[in-house]
Ligand binder design. Sequence first.
Ligand code: SF4
Length: 365
Amino acid sequence: MSAEAISVDPVGAALPITFAPRLIEWQRHSGRSGLPWQNTRDPYRVWLSEVMLQQTQVSTVLSYYPRFLERFPDVRALAAALPDDVMALWSGLGYYSRARNLHRCAQAVVRDHHGVFPDTAEQLETLPGIGASTAAAIAAFCHGERISILDGNVRRVLSRLLAFEGDLAQAGPQRELWSLAQALLPEAPTREDMTAYTQGLMDLGATVCQRTKPLCGRCPVQMMCRAHGTDQISRFPVKTRRVARRFENWWLLLVRGTGADGQQAFWLERRPAPGIWAGLYCPPVFADEPALQASLSSGFARRLQPLEPVSHSLTHRELRLHPLLLDLREGQESDGLPEGQWVPAGALIDHGLPTPVRQLLSALS
Ligand code: SF4
């Protein structure tokens, strides 16, 4: 590490004082600038992009974001939407609680704030589904508030920059890193400075200081990075607790019928809340094959055809899906089937479906 100027912040850590100006300069010259949610101060658009980008890659969000905005161009349109319509547009993005909170939040903005997002991060954080980092991003981008974001990417960057030894699985060190993030903010920034700084933090985490194989040779703050200077990048961020993944087997009853108009249809149920895929449409799910067979009349149970199992990863679980097809061919009987409803194949696009279910059904349509 070179002799970078440092200041000592209130929690006693030495901070590189040139971090903010370097980051701002780098963002303006080399950061990302053409993303559709940049160059706007509309809180609705910033909020929507922030929620979509949580746990989802930019390349995926690029196709969902314009479609969502086309259908729900402002917060009032989203608040007035049917929950099913919101879920259908979210279908495939995963982490469906985000879509439910998005809808609830839009309704709260219209009901409690006359359709206008509050100005400050503190007030924004009182809305459903808006956490501290998302609130900070909206306040910084839209109103120039001097406040730092601290999502997973930024935690990684700052913990490497400062060689932060605190265990980020614990609340105390998380708070400490947040106060260090606040201390690193630019002094007396203009609104434009806050936009460039906030975007710079995001860009650095997404495109340079990546989780594996960070591109330190292209990093604008390499000369002040303590993890790099001491060759200990792989030690940071420190996080002791790893979430244990659970493995589960699900048996899916795929029933295919044909409507009076000759169109194929599938027998689907609404997944209960709370739980995995809550509110989405799915073939009836069973814990094992005998339970699935017992849900059917004996005539139907004899006609089941096993399909190739499918694996699907969720945050804390690995699902192994075992689809069994009951092909009714002619007609759409409902007697002798578990609870559910017929959904025509042509209407699946308007329904919220988990990604592996959508793939299974499209292969059969
Ligand atoms: Fe990350 Fe490397 Fe830059 Fe340090 S020098 S902040 S480890 S990219």
